[in-house]
Design a protein around this ligand. Structure first.
Ligand code: DSN
Length: 471
């Protein structure tokens, strides 16, 4: 083979067997495990095909029709297709709403919104991380350590959930907001199992003159399928990732209002939204370079799939499956934050059992169940959170129904029982606890049962028959 073909057209397995082997191992892990991380999903073969396409080769700084590089006639069409599908997915009229599909993911999308619409040190309010909020909504620790860049460059004051009910305390939020007078109020979270009262957020935002941003990343698939309340009705800006419940590639989007502002007291007649130029300028050139065109192309495909009736059925099933997990765990007398769920996740408070999320996460990992430790309000340390988050989007993409999720909940019950037994026998200290994990027959049996169960379901995105490691 000539040098160009030898370098450029030889398959991965030949060029880099080491990396190929690791990809095959990861495919096996995904196929044989139970994936319960609430922010993860399995995307489709078509999306992966677009992600792995030569669209990755092209630079296209700027916006469609106005680029800093030549050769963008097809990239322009792809980005425009993606933008119009994004508006369609959320039933938005292009005269009132626009969308930027260039953010690399959710955190850059949020930071672009702040860069566009705030000045350094402006005040913002978002849901506190231990209450289920996201880092990028302004998190800093109880002793004032600024963790998120949002809290470094802006002044943030969190609102919280009611410690008794686990629901957002809207009255307290309003009281705090009227004192703090944020320039931006943020709704949306990472581990909040209930829907959002956007109307109430709007009222609070209006009372203190704040912009209202919704980060709908976790529930964007549910919103598209109308299986969750619609943030577009009340918010000024909506950001999202695209790989969670929306089931697309990893990427980010920013939706913004445009056109005339609704008439309001104290506002000049004929006022129009000025978000569009400010947001595109913040995404590029302020924060990002070339858009990732392979992501944008793949997102266009994911959005097309999300517009199908099958996606509506999927989103409905995601919620039904989360309810099934919550009900099963509560039937075993476990504590589920807010006593249930209205979306794709269940937040399991392990503190009444005397367990930490770390230990349960670790034990589940050993049994091929993937979930994550998660703070529960009232936790004193973010490093040792008191709960785990259980999400249903990924396994629902593999076709699992309520009865299958009851089986998953039964596996989780076994995992927690084993964790408790090990802690009782070996002690709470991690180094002692870890000894109980070695050569543990119950863990081995659970792993066998989990893998047998998981591998009986279909796998989107890649061919099981072609996998190098199947068992
Ligand atoms: N990492 C995501 C999550 O797990 O919720 C949020 O960015």
């Amino acid at each position: 083979m000539d040098p160009v073909n030898a370098w450029g057209n030889t398959p991965l397995i030949t060029i880099d067997p080491e990396l190929h082997d690791l990809v095959e191992k990861e495919k096996r892990r995904q196929f044989r495990g139970i994936e319960l991380i609430a922010s993860e999903n399995f995307t489709s073969f078509a999306v992966i095909e677009a992600l792995g396409s030569p669209l990755t080769n092209k630079y296209s700084e700027g916006m469609p029709g106005n680029r800093y590089y030549g050769g963008n006639e097809f990239i322009d069409q792809i980005e425009n297709l993606c933008r119009s599908r994004a508006l369609q997915a959320y039933r938005l009229d292009s005269s009132n709403w626009g969308v930027n599909v260039q953010p690399y993911s959710g955190s850059p999308a949020n930071f672009a919104v702040y860069t566009a619409l705030l000045n350094p040190h402006d005040r913002i309010m978002g849901l506190d991380l231990p209450s289920g909020g996201h880092l990028t909504h302004g998190y800093y620790t109880a002793n004032g350590k600024k963790i998120s860049a949002t809290s470094i460059y802006f002044e943030s004051l969190p609102y919280k959930v009611d410690p008794k009910t686990g629901y957002i305390d809207y009255d307290k939020l309003e009281e705090k907001a009227l004192d703090f007078r944020p320039k931006m109020l943020i709704c949306g979270g990472s581990s909040y199992p209930r829907d959002w009262d956007y109307k109430r957020f709007r009222e609070v935002a209006d009372k203190c003159g704040a912009l209202l941003l919704c980060d709908m990343a976790h529930i964007s698939g549910l919103v598209a399928a109308q299986e969750a309340a619609d943030p577009f009705e009340y918010c000024d800006i909506v950001t999202t990732t695209t790989h969670k419940s929306l089931r697309g590639p990893r990427s980010g989007m920013i939706f913004y209002r445009k056109g005339p502002k609704p008439a309001k007291k104290g506002q000049p007649e004929g006022a129009v939204y000025d978000f569009e130029d400010r947001i595109s300028f913040a995404v590029f050139p302020a924060l990002q370079g070339g858009p990732h065109n392979h992501q944008i192309g793949a997102l266009a495909v994911g959005l097309k799939q999300a517009a199908s009736p099958a996606f509506k059925a999927y989103a409905k099933q995601v919620r039904a499956n989360a309810v099934a997990v919550g009900n099963y765990l509560m039937s075993k007398d476990y504590t589920i934050v807010t006593g249930g769920t209205e979306n794709h996740l269940v937040l399991w408070d392990l503190r009444p059992l005397g367990l930490t999320g770390n230990k349960v996460e670790k034990l589940c990992d050993l049994c091929s169940i993937t979930l994550n430790k998660n703070a529960v309000f009232g936790d004193s340390s973010a490093l040792s959170p008191g709960g785990v988050r259980v999400g249903t989007p990924a396994m629902t993409s593999r076709g699992l129904l309520e009865k299958d999720f009851e089986q998953i909940a039964e596996f989780l019950h076994r995992a927690v029982t084993i964790t408790l037994n090990i802690q009782k026998e070996h002690g709470k200290l991690l180094k002692d606890f870890n000894k109980g994990l070695e050569n543990n027959k119950e863990i081995e049996q659970l792993k066998t049962d989990v893998e047998k169960f998981a591998s009986s379901f279909d796998m989107p995105g890649f061919s099981v028959a072609d996998m190098k490691y199947k068992d």
